[in-house]
Design a binder for this molecule. Structure first.
Ligand code: SAM
Length: 256
């Protein structure tokens, strides 16, 4: 990827931020965390430690920062970084509304500028997890975590990218692109619903990368749509996502 994906994605998110305010408000006010396209409950997925008292936590690509809000409610000291000033404007308003303490950084999650080994827990839900090249943001997450620190991230499953047409139409039942050498997709100039530049890998390439950087995999979850799901969310039709995993969640631990 030779294009300036950071600036392109920043522009996309600054422009799209007004469309994410309502979801941010809803998720900040949710009584319990819910995850991904279909809002699956934390009680069934377990992304967050129940008690985060005395935990230094960071969210990488926080958007409206509802995940950070959930961590703060569990007792964590939270830092949240996002490259979009417009998304952070919404996040700051919601922090004030919910009287929460979060340290915000406007910047690229691949280069946080934060000290080495300063966090116990890192998370990304559709933030750096999909908008940054895995080798870059994972190396940075590893650097800022303490030994034994945990990283959890949720994003699109590579199968859903394989079945996504090149023109930007929603995922369907055909393999539209090779799995071999998968790196992600540039949606910035597609015909239908253009957006930014996203990154993904084959499952074995993710595993190799974790190993190279120094993460152990503690859990891997492949997420399907629930039985009640209907319509299309995140460019994935419910019927497709009931049959194939549309989303993936990796739980990692920094070695050493
Ligand atoms: C879908 S939101 C993720 C936040 C929230 N969990 C959600 O699902 O709405 C994606 C966020 O990633 C941010 N982002 C994209 N590239 C980034 C980068 N290089 N560094 C930090 N944040 C980035 C965008 O600005 C956007 O706010």
């Amino acid at each position: 990827m030779t294009r300036d994906y950071v600036s392109i994605n920043q522009g996309v998110w600054d422009a799209d931020a007004p469309n994410w305010v309502a979801a941010g408000v809803r998720l900040w006010s949710a009584t319990a965390p819910e995850w991904g396209n279909w809002g699956l409950p934390e009680s069934s997925l377990g992304l967050l430690p129940e008690d985060m008292t005395d935990t230094d936590a960071i969210e990488l690509g926080c958007g409206t920062a509802y995940v950070s809000g959930w961590m703060a409610r569990r007792g964590a000291r939270v830092t949240a970084i996002d490259v979009s000033e417009e998304q952070l404007t919404t996040a700051r308003k919601l922090v004030t509304k919910y009287d929460t303490d979060i340290t915000f950084i406007a910047g690229n999650a691949e280069e946080t500028g934060l000290p080495d080994a300063s966090f116990d827990f890192a998370i990304s839900e559709y933030g750096a997890a999909i908008w940054c090249p895995p080798d870059k943001w994972l190396q940075e997450a590893w650097r800022v975590l303490r030994p034994g620190g945990r990283l959890v991230f949720l994003g699109n499953h590579p199968l859903s990218l394989l079945c996504s047409p090149i023109d930007g139409a929603p995922c369907d039942w055909t393999l539209h692109r090779p799995y071999k050498d998968m790196w992600g997709a540039d949606w910035s100039e597609v015909e239908i619903d253009p957006s930014g530049i996203c990154f993904n890998l084959t499952i074995s390439a993710w595993m190799d990368l974790f190993d190279t950087i120094g993460f152990n995999v503690t859990k891997f979850q492949e997420i399907f749509a629930p039985d009640w799901a209907a319509g299309t969310r995140g460019s994935v039709p419910a019927e497709w996502a009931k049959a194939y995993p549309a989303e993936q969640i990796w739980h990692l631990e920094k070695c050493g």
